[in-house]
Each structure stands twice: as structure tokens, then as C-alpha cells.
Design a protein around this ligand. Structure first.
Ligand SMILES: Cc1cc2nc3c(=O)[nH]c(=O)nc-3n(C[C@H](O)[C@H](O)[C@H](O)COP(=O)(O)OP(=O)(O)OC[C@H]3O[C@@H](n4cnc5c(N)ncnc54)[C@H](O)[C@@H]3O)c2cc1C
Length: 331
């Protein structure tokens, strides 16, 4: 039987869930608070430069996700990144062997999610702030648009644990508690622009000391456009979780100064221009391994990276597994 299903959140988990449910013939509406889909797989596009300032790359292990990645490759929206990846303890550089291929979106990391979103009914700039369950139907209310006219047979929350906790507190105490238990961590990110390519032997570097945890030559990813631009290279600097948490309320200029100094300490240079982005909820310290959550009585589900090991692959699989469960149980 065809159902009407609302999904809150158009990140990788929500989009994967929507795809499966639509293929099974259900009517799905995705509500997203941002101006575009893709969530924490995010790219800043500005005047003459771009930078993946959320997820850096993704790996694939599960056969279902491998098949999805192959489909993206065939469509030209994802490809392996052959960047030279090293790690450092602050003194020595060591090449870091890849256990799995590192994939990126082309021409930016949001491309795979945007491909999934093409066939979806998306309601952008709808921040869902209230839910009501009345006579077996879910009613949604957004900060921007007020009450949504249609009601839904089923509801899926594909949002980070912190936000799921707030929305579900009045409706499903067990889910709300589960979400409350999964703590999220911040991540300060700096997008650094250069007039000339940096002369360092790496394109990506895991940093195991000081404020930084990862730096990458964003421009080394395939399909990034620098020809004819004044900005010749863009680097992304990510701070480690504890440092980010300790400095989460600091001014962006202070954060940039400290992170750039840390980059210089490991062989980098001061950029011509830099912009900071504060991810208040970047990742989970200890993600769950339960794939998804489903309440058959309320026809209410949750999916997302925090329920399934973290990362892009975990998020996509979480949404896919939840949809498969709903379909096989005649949702
Ligand atoms: C800085 C950073 C670096 C990362 N690096 C990597 C990496 O290298 N490799 C990797 O695999 N993963 C990485 N990740 C993690 C990866 O991005 C996530 O695991 C994955 O994108 C999570 O997808 P999701 O669908 O679960 O959640 P999200 O991507 O967070 O999607 C949730 C969506 O819900 C929306 N939303 C939230 N609340 C509401 C509401 N009330 N109403 C409407 N919409 C709402 C949000 O705007 C968002 O679009 C990184 C993340 C960050 C932040």
C-alpha cells in the first residue's frame, strides 16, 4: 500500500532512505533546513574558489554502498582521489597506506548527494521545530513556513542525535534518551587560499599532535577548477575534536591565527586569505552500531551516521537499512 512519508534531513542518510522508499512506490517528502541537500558533506563555493569543508572523502566496504559508489562513478559524480596521504607526529612524515580507496565527489563533494536529491520532493529552508501525532498521522511545523498542510502516515528523522533528541522528547521517550546518550563533538575548519601552490610533499596529512587533526590540498582532488583563477590552491585545515571543543566559542580570527600557525609548524605557509567554519556538531565520539531505530506503533524511525558507526558510508547504509525494514514490514 502506498504511504505518505516525511523525512526530516536531506543529508546522506535521509536521501538514501528516500531513494529506497520512492523506488518501493511510496510518496516521500524531505524537509531540510539548509538551502541545499547533502548535510555535513558540504562544499563552500565562493568568488573564484571552492572547498570541501565538511566530509573530506569517503570509503566503501559494504556491497550495497559499493554498488552505489559504482553508480556514482558511472554518472561522473564521484571518483577515487589519488592524493599523496601522509601522517605526522609533528617531527616526521610517514606515508599512510590506503586500506581502501578514498572517493570524492566531482566537481565537489556535494555532487553524489545532489544526484540522489534530483528525483526527490525536497522542501528546502524548512527547519522542523514541532511534531504532532494526531489520529495516526504526523503533522509537521517549520520555523520558516509554519504548519505544513499535508499530514503523513510515517515519519523518519535523519538528523544528528542532538537535534533528534529535541524533536522527539515529547513523542518517543526511548528514542529521545537514545539520541541524548550519543554525544556530538565540534570541529573548527579553516579554508585557506594561496596565490601559488604550496611546496609540500603531501596532499593530505593526518596530524597526531597539536590543534590540528587533518590538512588537505583541496585543489588536488579531481575536477576542482583553478585554471584562470587568482586563487591557485585551496587547503582545508581541520582542528582535532578536543581542541575544537575547548575553543568552540572563540572568535574566528583567533581560531584562524592558531590553526594557521600550527600548519606552519608542520611545513605549511600562511595563506593569502582564510575563512573559518565552526561545525558545532561534526561527529560523534562513540557512534552506535544498531543501524537504525524503528517504532512500528508510531510509524516513526530514526537513521543517521550516529546510529551506524559514523561516516558517510554509515549514514547512507543507515538510511538504506531503515527503508528496507519499512518496506519489508509493509510500512
Ligand atoms: C568537518 C567534518 C569532516 C568529516 N570528514 C569525514 C570524512 O572524511 N569521511 C567520512 O566518511 N565522513 C566524514 N564526516 C562525517 C560525515 O559528513 C557524516 O557522517 C555524514 O555526512 C552524516 O550524514 P547524516 O545524513 O547522518 O547527517 P547530516 O549530514 O548531518 O544530515 C542531516 C541533515 O538534517 C538537516 N537538519 C537537521 N535538523 C533539521 C531540522 N530540524 N529540520 C530540517 N532539517 C534538519 C541538516 O541541515 C542536514 O542537512 C565529516 C564531518 C564533518 C563535519
Amino acid at each position: 500500500m502506498t504511504k505518505t512519508i516525511a523525512i526530516i534531513g536531506a543529508g546522506m542518510s535521509g536521501l538514501a532512505c528516500a531513494q529506497q522508499l520512492m523506488q518501493a512506490g511510496h510518496h516521500v517528502t524531505l524537509f531540510e533546513k539548509s538551502r541545499g541537500p547533502s548535510g555535513r558533506v558540504s562544499t563552500r563555493v565562493s568568488d573564484g574558489w571552492q572547498c570541501d569543508h565538511g566530509a573530506q572523502y569517503f570509503t566503501a566496504s559494504h556491497p550495497l554502498f559499493l554498488a552505489q559508489v559504482q553508480a556514482w562513478e558511472a554518472l561522473g559524480v564521484a571518483t577515487p582521489w589519488q592524493g599523496r596521504i601522509f601522517e605526522t607526529d609533528g617531527t616526521q612524515l610517514r606515508a599512510k597506506q590506503a586500506e581502501k580507496k578514498r572517493y570524492v565527489g566531482v566537481p565537489k563533494n556535494t555532487a553524489p548527494a545532489r544526484q540522489l536529491a534530483e528525483s526527490c520532493h525536497l522542501q528546502l529552508e524548512h527547519t522542523i521545530d514541532q511534531l504532532q501525532y494526531v489520529q495516526g498521522q504526523w503533522q509537521l511545523h517549520s520555523k520558516e513556513q509554519g504548519a505544513y498542510a499535508h499530514t503523513f502516515d510515517c515519519l523518519v528523522l535523519a538528523i544528528p542525535s542532538v537535534q533528534a533528541h529535541v524533536l522527539l522528547a515529547e513523542h518517543q521517550a526511548t528514542f529521545a534518551l537514545l539520541a541524548h546518550q550519543v554525544k556530538m563533538r565540534g570541529c573548527w575548519t579553516v579554508m585557506a587560499r594561496y596565490d601559488n601552490p604550496l611546496q609540500v610533499p603531501f596532499d593530505g596529512l593526518f596530524v597526531n599532535q597539536g590543534p590540528l587533526s587533518w590538512v588537505a590540498r583541496d585543489s588536488s582532488k579531481p575536477g576542482r577548477i583553478t585554471a584562470g583563477q587568482a586563487v591557485k590552491e585551496v587547503w582545508v585545515l581541520q582542528a582535532q575534536a578536543q581542541w575544537s571543543e575547548a575553543h568552540i566559542e572563540d572568535a574566528p580570527e583567533t581560531v584562524i591565527a592558531q590553526m594557521v600557525q600550527a600548519f606552519e609548524d608542520i611545513g605549511g605557509q600562511a595563506p593569502t586569505a582564510a575563512t573559518a567554519h565552526r561545525w558545532r556538531y561534526a561527529d560523534t565520539e562513540q557512534p552506535l552500531q544498531q543501524q537504525y531505530a524503528w517504532d512500528a506503533e508510531l510509524q516513526l524511525g530514526m537513521c543517521g551516521d550516529w546510529l551506524n558507526g559514523g561516516k558517510v558510508e554509515g549514514a547512507w547504509l543507515s538510511g538504506t537499512f531503515l527503508a528496507q525494514h519499512m518496506i519489508s514490514h509493509n510500512t
